[in-house]
Design a protein around this ligand. Structure first.
Ligand SMILES: C[S@@+](CC[C@H](N)C(=O)[O-])C[C@H]1O[C@@H](n2cnc3c(N)ncnc32)[C@H](O)[C@@H]1O
Length: 429
C-alpha cells in the first residue's frame, strides 16, 4: 500500500470505531480480515496511524475545528508527526486510493489555530470530565502529564532472576538496543523501532527460555515496594495473568508460598504456562469455584497484594482508545470494586503483616481516596509514609513521586517515565 492509501484506510477504521463505538483492536482486526492483500508492514503502519490519532483525538479535533475522522487524522499528523501543509499536499492528492485534497476550510484551520489557545484538557488530550481529577493529582504539571500519557510507550522487561541476571539479558538483547531502566533493578527497556513499531520481543529465544517477562517498570516498582522475601506466605488476590506473582516468586527465590487467585478464572488461566516457563515452583494457583477459595488463609499472610481492578488511566499510552471509552459510571463501579478487594485482602493479612494496594491509574478517586476510605474502616491498618515507600522501591530523589493525597507513590510517564501506577503500603498492627 502507498502511504496515501494507508491514510485512507486509517480514516475508514476511525469511522468504524466511532460509528459502532467499538474497541480499536476489533476494528483493526476486521479491516485486516477484509483486506487480506495488506502485508504486516501495512497493518502495523495502519495501527500506528489509528492509535496515534486516538492518542491526540481532542487536540487534533480542536486544531482542525472539526470532529470527523479525517480531521482527527490530519490534526494528529500535524501535532504528533510534524507534517506540514506542504507534505500533506503530497499525500492528500485525491488520486487512486489517496484521500481527497485538503479543503479550503482545512487549510484555514491549519493556518489559523494554535493549540496553546485551547482549554487545558484539550491541550492535554484528557477527557473533559476527568480534567479536575488530573489537576487534583498533578497540579501545575497536569497538562504535561496528559501529554506524556499521549506518547507511545517503550517496551519494558523484567529480568527473571530465577534464570538470568540483568547483565546477561542486556548482552542477549543488545541487537535490540536494550538498556537498563533507571528505577527498577530488574528492568530492561527496549526502544520502539524507527517506524514506531514494537520489537517482536516474544519471538526472542531468551523469552522462550523464561529469562524475562514483559512488565512496565512502574509495575516492577510495585513489586519492589511489596518486598516479598524468601520464606514468606503471600497472597496475590487479583493475580490475573500473574505478572506480579512471577515477580514475587523471583524475589522469593522460589522459597515460601504464594497463593495466586482472581475472581475471573479466564484471566487467571494463562498463569500456568507462564509459571512453567519462568521456572517458578512456589505458587499455588487457586482457581475460583463459585467464589474465591481463600477463607483458610485468613490472618495468615505476611503479605497480601491487591492489584486492584481500575480505570487503567495510567496505561493510556498503550491503550489510547480506553480514555475516550471510559464513563463516569464505570469509574464509580471500579471504586466499589476497590473497596471490596481491599476488604477481602485485609482479612488475610496477619498481625504485623502488610497489604500492598496497587492500581494502574492516575486518578485520585481510585488511589488516595480508596486508601483513605479503607483506613477509615480498618483502624488496625496504617499507611507507610513516603520515605518508607521510596526506600522499598529504591528511589533516591522521591519527593516528586508522592501522591497528592499523601497515602502512596504516584508514578506516571512524565514523573518517572513509566506507566501511571499508584502504590500504597499498609501495615497491620
Ligand atoms: C489489574 S488486573 C491484575 C493484573 C495482574 N496482577 C498482573 O500483574 O498481571 C486486576 C484483576 O482483578 C481481578 N478482580 C476484579 N475483582 C476481583 C475480586 N473481587 N476478587 C479478586 N479479583 C478480582 C480482575 O479479574 C483482574 O484480573
Amino acid at each position: 500500500m502507498t502511504p496515501s492509501a494507508r491514510l485512507s484506510a486509517a480514516i475508514e477504521v476511525l469511522a468504524d470505531i466511532e460509528a459502532r463505538r467499538r474497541p480499536a483492536a476489533d476494528a483493526l482486526k476486521d479491516w485486516g480480515l477484509s483486506h487480506r492483500f495488506a502485508g504486516s508492514g501495512d497493518r502495523a503502519a495502519l495501527a500506528g496511524l489509528v492509535y496515534d490519532t486516538l492518542r491526540r483525538r481532542a487536540s487534533a479535533r480542536w486544531l482542525m475545528d472539526s470532529e470527523t475522522p479525517r480531521a482527527s487524522l490530519i490534526g494528529m499528523l500535524v501535532l504528533q508527526r510534524g507534517e506540514t501543509v506542504e507534505t500533506l499536499d503530497t499525500l492528500f492528492t485525491g488520486e487512486r486510493f489517496a484521500p481527497e485534497p485538503l479543503t479550503a476550510g482545512e487549510r484555514k484551520a491549519l493556518a489559523g489555530r494554535k493549540l496553546e489557545q485551547a482549554a487545558p484538557d484539550i491541550q492535554a488530550d484528557v477527557p473533559n470530565w476527568l480534567w479536575s481529577s488530573f489537576e487534583a493529582a498533578f497540579g501545575e504539571d497536569a497538562i504535561a502529564e496528559g501529554r506524556a500519557l499521549a506518547e507511545r510507550a517503550p517496551v519494558d522487561l523484567r529480568v527473571n532472576t530465577l534464570k538470568a541476571s540483568r547483565d546477561k539479558l542486556l548482552a542477549e538483547l543488545e541487537p535490540l538496543h536494550a538498556s537498563a531502566t533507571p528505577l527498577s533493578r530488574w528492568g530492561v527497556r527496549v526502544p520502539l523501532g524507527p517506524d514506531g513499531r514494537s520489537p517482536a520481543i516474544q519471538a526472542e529465544e531468551s523469552f522462550q527460555k523464561g529469562w524475562f517477562e514483559i512488565q512496565d517498570e512502574g509495575s516492577q516498582l510495585a513489586g519492589l515496594v511489596a518486598a516479598a522475601k524468601p520464606g514468606e506466605q503471600v497472597l496475590d488476590l487479583c493475580a490475573g495473568g500473574g505478572g506480579k506473582t512471577l515477580e514475587f516468586a523471583a524475589a522469593m527465590e522460589n522459597k515460601g508460598q504464594i497463593f495466586a487467585t482472581d475472581s475471573d478464572k479466564r484471566r487467571l488461566a494463562p498463569i500456568h504456562d507462564r509459571l512453567t516457563r519462568a521456572g517458578v515452583r512456589n505458587v499455588q494457583v487457586r482457581t475460583p469455584r463459585g467464589g474465591l477459595a481463600i477463607d483458610d488463609l485468613d490472618g495468615r499472610m505476611d503479605l497480601v497484594l491487591v492489584d486492584a481492578p481500575c480505570s487503567g488511566s495510567g496505561t493510556w499510552r498503550r491503550n489510547p482508545d480506553t480514555k475516550w471509552r471510559m464513563r463516569p459510571s464505570s469509574l464509580a463501579d471500579r471504586q466499589k470494586d476497590q473497596a471490596a478487594v481491599l476488604r477481602a485482602g485485609a482479612r488475610a493479612v496477619k498481625p504485623g503483616g502488610r497489604l500492598v494496594f496497587v492500581t494502574c491509574s492516575v486518578l485520585p478517586e481510585e488511589n488516595d481516596a480508596s486508601v483513605k476510605a479503607f483506613l477509615a474502616d480498618h483502624a488496625d491498618f496504617t499507611a507507610a509514609p513516603l520515605p518508607e515507600l521510596a526506600k522499598g522501591a529504591g528511589l533516591s530523589a522521591f519527593a516528586r513521586f508522592g501522591s497528592s493525597g499523601g497515602t502512596g507513590l504516584q508514578l506516571s510517564p512524565h514523573r518517572s517515565s513509566t506507566d501511571g501506577f499508584f502504590i500504597a503500603l499498609l501495615h497491620r498492627k
